[in-house]
Design a binder for this molecule. Structure first.
Ligand code: ATP
Ligand code: MG
Length: 142
């Protein structure tokens, strides 16, 4: 378990850039945290570090965005997922077994459809200071 605090969106981008250097193709990241915690901010920094200059957004109708960088990045945001049937229809498996990196917001909504060996990134915001605490660990790691 790695625990890192960031005090601004820029610092979150720096942390994301460090991870982008370390993580290889096939990595699936699950981002956990309340609305506004910084999940998308982290993924934006990660994308920038992969050399992607397109803006990473969370579109209303598409749950999956694909971007070409040093490695391909798949951004999946399941916040608007209507339920398990829609999750099945997304064909998520296709995105996991690839040469790229997959980052999933609200991953828990996909239930059983998630791979077993994800990298979990939990983000907690301190409402008083604005500090974000990141807890980063592999599936099954204590
Ligand atoms: N240390 C920090 N790291 C990241 N974001 C921060 C930080 N401090 C302040 N912020 C602000 O918090 C907000 C994070 O928003 P973001 O869209 O990344 O959240 P999210 O977790 O993706 O939310 P949602 O569940 O709605 O998708 C941004 O407005 C950002 O500027
Ligand atoms: Mg988001």
């Amino acid at each position: 378990m790695r625990i890192v605090e960031t005090n601004s969106p820029d610092e979150t981008w720096e942390l994301a850039a460090e991870l982008a250097d370390e993580l290889g193709p096939g990595t699936v990241m699950a981002l956990h945290g309340d609305l506004g915690a910084g999940k998308t901010c982290f993924i934006q920094g990660f994308a920038a570090a992969l050399g992607i200059d397109e803006p990473i957004t969370s579109p209303t109708y598409t749950l999956i965005g694909e971007y070409e960088g040093r490695l391909p990045l798949h951004h999946i945001d399941l916040y608007r997922l209507s339920g398990p049937v829609e999750a099945l229809g997304l064909g998520l498996e296709e995105y996991f077994d690839v040469n790229g990196i997959t980052a999933i917001e609200w991953a828990e909504r996909a239930g059983d459809l998630l791979p077993d060996d994800m990298l979990h990134i939990e983000i907690k915001a301190d409402e008083k200071t604005g500090t974000r605490t990141f807890r980063i660990y592999k599936e099954g790691e204590v």
